[in-house]
Design a protein around this ligand. Structure first.
Ligand code: GPW
Length: 819
């Protein structure tokens, strides 16, 4: 499977001995009795020995050479299974497959034993994982900082069509074979207490935090293995060990009551990943997670910086810190606190260092996802940080006053503190004020950040607001998940495309080549078969690989409009049963999606899709033309089967709502044609692949805004469009919930009487029409093959290697260091 050169010395005999040693000593097993799982674990440990060695060497070299590095701070890293991917990066896939075969095991079977480390919700966490992969592949010095959650994103199952959540103990009893604990990197984290004024030895007035309690941060490193090179960077995940709450009362000063106590009662700080995507819940324990993450990470960055013999004044020269959304914003006042209170720098000196160290990525414009924390909560948990935030704001307000004298409206709008019945801290505003660069994640999104979210900030800090379009790693999202396509690409353009994705442009000239089209479509067919086999085995549903595989996989959210997809399915159902002249290519609609446990409408949409699926899949009147498959427990390892098998990719968010999307890129690279709105990165994908090779529909951002301003009336569409009416009205009947009419009615109600906040009905007609076009185009297989090939060929811009180069060149000013 590998095509790159082996980057590690590989001694098969020694490797087999190492596996056996781990099997017997680490996992207390014998080769004759061990299960596949034990073999997988022992193999993983034997491989981790190699990467840990390289990680320590890389670390040491970078410290000695005093090179500039980036620190990527994220509450989520949705890394997916590491074993197969690391084998590819190390160039050891075939050697290890060989070694394991000699020991009686198939590598592919062993790889299936690995549980997904689900330390993220969706796109934001997966992007962080792709970025770490691209940093290592291109040897940009980097450390990823995250949290070592005991439970990752919940596991999803369906009971009578409804989502049921179960805890995800991703490490199992044995621990994860790729992780290594670093006890010497432990940190102590303070919480609560109060701030004290005192005079230093020179009589200067100073302030210091007298904490109310402490918890301990334990570092776990996962290896991020550079593709085809010798660099291994740490993904450092902090685990919180907190003493039992009752032992904390050593100060006994009344700080232990109220919210503080209840937050701790909820358990260890890093017990569980919050399952919200694009939604701010404002829970005290989440703030504690965020601070714990930042305190450990900042302390570790300073330990490395000072430990390598550098001066604190040179921090911004040698380190930059990228904030993945506002979730780690509290790192800004944390660094300020350390510079002011511990290094005793003056405000201006501290602020210069801090604001030249941090950069911030904005991933959303959705108001409900823009984080705010109540002043009262921060003041209680982090009293010194609240003082510092006030001081930052005070100084910033002076600047605003200078720029717009007497303009209270603009002050109110830009202030880090939102006034109201309870004062709130706006984390995004703090980020814009406290960083040297702010970027959106796709060209359109970054324009909207400037135009709609932060126009005054753009005026105040010209050039600070910029764009870096997202990307995905071609290693995991082509080479590893689509070996058939990878072989085909290598044959035509050479085998160095996985880290030089520009090379796949060379496929363009084969788009018309009939023989190549056949082989390309044969690969697609194999991938569809692999998915069909999975569905048969795990869900006992038969699907025909001649059908169009139409896939929507992403978190469940109204703005992503899975219910628009559902309405289209209902319209097809209606037409197949009621319109004798209607014909269509057989289609299978796949969904994969988790809903936040507290998001009732999202869960209702899952239920509705499942109920429609039940009926449709067993309705012989449909002649097998329509199937609906909702894959349970969608996760990275299933995404690896789904993306390569898609003919059609659903990217149908309301224009202006999806900041970028990254699944859209994975689909197109793997040769699916997109049906999508002019939203997020779809816009740039269209520019790259050409309007003929993508199916764009729906209202544009400005049309959405205009329609809302004019007063949007969903009933207008309902009354005017009989097909839409038929689809919506089916939700009121008991067609899909026999004997229980109305079980699916909440969706219809939300769209009609609830005002249809995401304009599903306004886009329905164009969506249906565009799907009809797809139906026609698919019938001409040569035509379809050409378009699919062109999608693969013309998508090279969307490698995360390019995104990381953009960050490195335009924001971080970072250079690769080759080992
Ligand atoms: F709200 N994204 C996400 F901006 O997956 F923080 N979770 C989140 O909580 C947020 C954003 C946040 C996604 C965006 O929705 C998606 O459009 C984008 O491609 C992805 O982040 C990576 O930039």
């Amino acid at each position: 499977m590998t095509t790159n050169g082996q980057t590690q010395q590989f001694d098969k005999t020694a490797f087999k001995a190492a596996v056996e040693k781990h099997l017997t000593t680490t996992y207390a097993n014998t080769p004759t009795t061990a299960t596949s799982r034990s073999w997988y674990l022992a193999m993983g440990r034997a491989l981790a020995e190699i990467t840990t060695g390289n990680l320590l060497e890389t670390e040491q070299q970078l410290a000695e050479e005093k090179v500039r590095s980036v620190n990527y701070l994220s509450l989520e890293f949705l890394i997916g299974r590491l074993t197969g991917n690391n084998l590819i990066s190390m160039g050891l896939y075939e050697d290890v497959a060989d070694a394991m075969k000699e020991m009686g095991h198939s590598l592919t079977d062993l790889l299936e034993e690995e549980r997904d480390p689900a330390l993220g919700n969706g796109g934001l966490g997966r992007l962080a994982a792709c970025f770490m992969d691209s940093l290592a592949a291109q040897e940009y010095p980097a450390v990823g900082y995250g949290l070592h959650y005991e439970y990752g994103l919940f596991r999803q199952s369906f009971v009578d069509g409804r989502q049921v959540e179960a805890p995800d103990a991703w490490r199992g009893l044995e621990g994860y074979p790729w992780e290594v604990v670093r006890p010497e990197l432990n940190q102590t984290v303070n919480l609560y207490g109060h701030v004290e004024a005192y005079k230093d030895e020179n009589g200067n007035a100073c302030r210091r935090w007298v904490p109310g309690m402490t918890v301990e941060g334990v570092a776990w490193d996962l290896p991020i293995v550079g593709y085809d090179n010798k660099s291994v960077y740490p993904l450092r995940l902090w685990e919180c060990r907190s003493p039992a709450p009752f032992s904390l009362s050593r100060f006994n000063d009344g700080d232990y009551v109220g919210a503080q106590y209840s937050a701790l009662e909820a358990g260890n700080v890093t017990k569980v990943l919050y399952p919200n995507d694009n939604h701010d819940q404002g829970k005290a324990l989440r703030l504690m997670q965020q601070y714990f993450h930042c305190a450990c990470s900042i302390a570790d960055i300073l330990r490395r910086h000072i430990g390598a013999g550098n001066k604190i004044e040179d921090l911004a020269k040698l380190e930059t810190i990228q904030l993945n959304d506002t979730h780690p914003t509290i790192a800004i006042p944390e660094l300020m606190r350390i510079l002011l209170d511990e290094y005793k720098l003056g405000w201006d000196a501290a602020w210069t260092i801090s604001s030249k160290t941090f950069a911030y990525t904005n991933h959303t414009l959705l108001p409900e996802a823009l984080e705010t924390w109540s002043e009262a909560l921060i003041a209680q948990m982090l009293p010194r940080h609240m003082e510092i935030i006030f001081e930052i704001n005070h100084r910033f307000m002076k600047l605003v006053e200078q720029t717009w004298p007497g303009n209270n409206e603009v002050k109110r709008k830009l202030s880090i503190i939102e006034e109201g019945s309870q004062r709130m801290v706006r984390m995004a505003n703090l980020c814009v004020v406290g960083t040297y660069a702010v970027n959106g994640v796709a060209a359109l999104h970054s324009e909207l950040v400037k135009r709609d979210l932060f126009p005054e900030f753009d005026e105040l800090f010209p050039g600070r607001l910029t764009n870096v379009t997202n990307g995905v790693t071609p290693r995991r999202w082509i080479k590893y998940c689509n070996p058939g396509l990878s072989a085909l690409i290598s044959e035509k353009v050479g085998n160095d495309w996985p880290n030089k994705l520009e090379k796949i442009t060379g496929l363009e000239k084969f788009a018309e080549d009939k023989a190549f089209q056949k082989r390309y479509m044969a690969v697609k067919k194999e991938n569809k078969q692999r998915l069909a086999d999975w569905v048969k085995e795990n869900m006992d549903i038969e699907i025909d690989t001649n059908a169009i595989f139409d896939i929507q996989i992403k978190r469940l959210h109204e703005y992503k409009r899975q219910h628009l997809n559902l309405l289209h399915i209902l319209s097809l159902y209606h037409r197949l049963l009621n319109d004798p002249s209607f014909d269509m290519q057989p289609r299978v609609f796949f969904f994969g999606s988790k809903a936040a446990p507290g998001y009732a409408l999202a869960k209702d949409i899952i239920f509705a899709i499942n109920k429609v699926a039940e009926k449709v899949n067993s309705d012989s009147r449909l002649g097998g033309k329509l199937k609906v498959v909702f894959i349970p427990d969608y996760r990275v390892s299933l995404a690896e089967i789904l993306f390569p098998a898609a003919d059609v990719s659903e990217q149908i968010s309301t224009a202006g709502k999806e900041a970028s999307g990254t699944g859209n890129m994975k689909f197109a690279l793997n040769g699916a044609l997109t049906i999508g709105t002019m939203d997020g990165a779809n816009v740039e994908m269209r520019e790259e692949v050409g309007d003929e090779n993508i199916f764009i529909f729906g209202l544009l951002v400005d049309e959405v805004q205009k329609l809302k301003e004019e007063g949007y009336d969903p009933y207008r569409y309902y009354h005017a469009d009989s097909l839409l009416r038929a689809a919506l009205d089916l939700l009121e009947t008991d067609e899909f919930t026999p004997g229980k009419p109305g079980q699916l009615a909440t969706i219809r109600h939300n769209l009609l009487d609830g005002g249809d906040p995401y304009l599903v009905l306004a886009d329905f007609a164009d969506y249906v029409k565009t799907h009809e076009k797809i139906d026609v185009e698919y019938r001409n297989q040569e035509n379809w093959a050409r378009k699919a090939i062109l999608n693969t060929a013309l998508m090279s811009k969307f490698s995360s290697d390019r995104s990381i180069r953009d960050y490195a060149n335009n924001i971080w000013k970072l250079k690769p260091v080759n080992r």
